[in-house]
Design a binder for this molecule. Structure first.
Ligand code: SAM
Length: 290
């Protein structure tokens, strides 16, 4: 069979894959088909789209790789677990089973931390990411605020190899600490300018319907006790201990949790707890000052 056989035309491959992914309930079947073909052919999504438009063909070994990837995706295995990478702000991060796949909404959450770091007069401000997972928040702060000294704390033995791998791939300057966010980094007490966390915040009985979340994100990354705020209560104590007076705490949470998070922080003594919406208009981030 030659490379010009229409079986291997990019356009046809994409149409077949889009139909299969749509039938499997993948929410964005065409986008995923294009991204998987880009991955299978070691090119970009744009290059794949161009090849489909111009009637270009795909070589047989790449077709096989693509079809295998599409078959995996139809089982609702996350796209990022198949390609092995996730995009977060300007970063490409390695991800897979055992680590939480970073989400687009967290890109906006980390902006509050970056802005607070840039606003401080401290020459080398310290930032801490509690529950670092892939390292997304810590590495974004480290690369986008070069004068910051960034720590990443992660407890899960399954997530830690991913955190370490990403920290090393991005210069190794983030200081990775294996530990619990409830009692991490006592040696930094009273010296930290910014604490950011995207903690587990799903209430224990609110098991997500989405099979990609329910079956593939680690439970330790999702569930936060009966009201989802167990980790937020622990974070409030840790951040109070770590932050300098005037230091800023940034917490990601679910849409209905803004009032609950503000109450936890106000009760602990934080000033001006404020909840901010994400790009879809949903309450997503609460900030407060020590
Ligand atoms: C929702 S994920 C967020 C991961 C990453 N920061 C992000 O935004 O993509 C929560 C992370 O917190 C970690 N975690 C949960 N409980 C923890 C604890 N008590 N101490 C430290 N890390 C914890 C989980 O393993 C997971 O990596």
């Amino acid at each position: 069979m030659s490379v010009s056989d229409p079986t291997f035309g990019a356009d046809r491959l994409l149409r077949e894959a889009t139909a299969a992914l749509g039938a499997a309930g993948v929410p964005t079947p065409q986008v995923d088909a294009e991204l998987l073909l880009a991955w299978a052919t070691d090119t970009s999504r744009g290059a794949v789209q161009a090849r489909a438009l111009t009637g270009g063909a795909i070589e047989p070994s790449h077709v096989e790789r693509f079809r295998h990837a599409v078959a995996r995706r139809t089982t609702r295995e996350p796209l990022q677990h198949i390609t092995g990478e996730a995009y977060f702000r300007a970063l490409t991060l390695a991800v897979g089973p055992g680590v939480f796949v970073p989400r687009p909404e967290t890109e906006g959450v980390v902006q509050f931390g970056i802005d607070a770091l840039r606003a401080t007069a401290v020459p080398a401000p310290i930032a801490v990411d509690l529950g670092s997972g892939s390292g997304a928040i810590a590495i974004a702060m480290d690369t986008e605020v070069p004068n910051a000294v960034v720590y990443a704390v992660e407890r899960s033995p399954e997530a830690l190899p991913w955190t370490r791998r990403n920290v090393e791939a991005h210069g190794g300057t983030v200081r990775l600490v294996e530990g619990d966010l409830a009692n991490a980094l006592p040696e930094l007490d009273g010296t930290v300018s910014v604490v950011v966390s995207n903690p587990p915040y799903v209430p224990d009985d609110a098991v997500p319907i989405d099979p990609e979340v329910r079956d593939h994100d680690p439970a330790v990354a999702l569930y936060g006790g009966p009201d989802g705020l167990d980790a937020v209560r622990a974070l409030a104590e840790t951040a109070w201990r770590l932050l300098v007076p005037g230091g800023v705490l940034v917490i990601e949470h679910a849409e209905p949790q803004g009032a609950g998070v503000r109450e936890v922080l106000a009760r602990r003594g934080f000033r001006t707890p404020e909840t901010h919406v994400d790009l879809t208009g949903r309450d997503r981030t609460t900030t407060a000052t020590r």
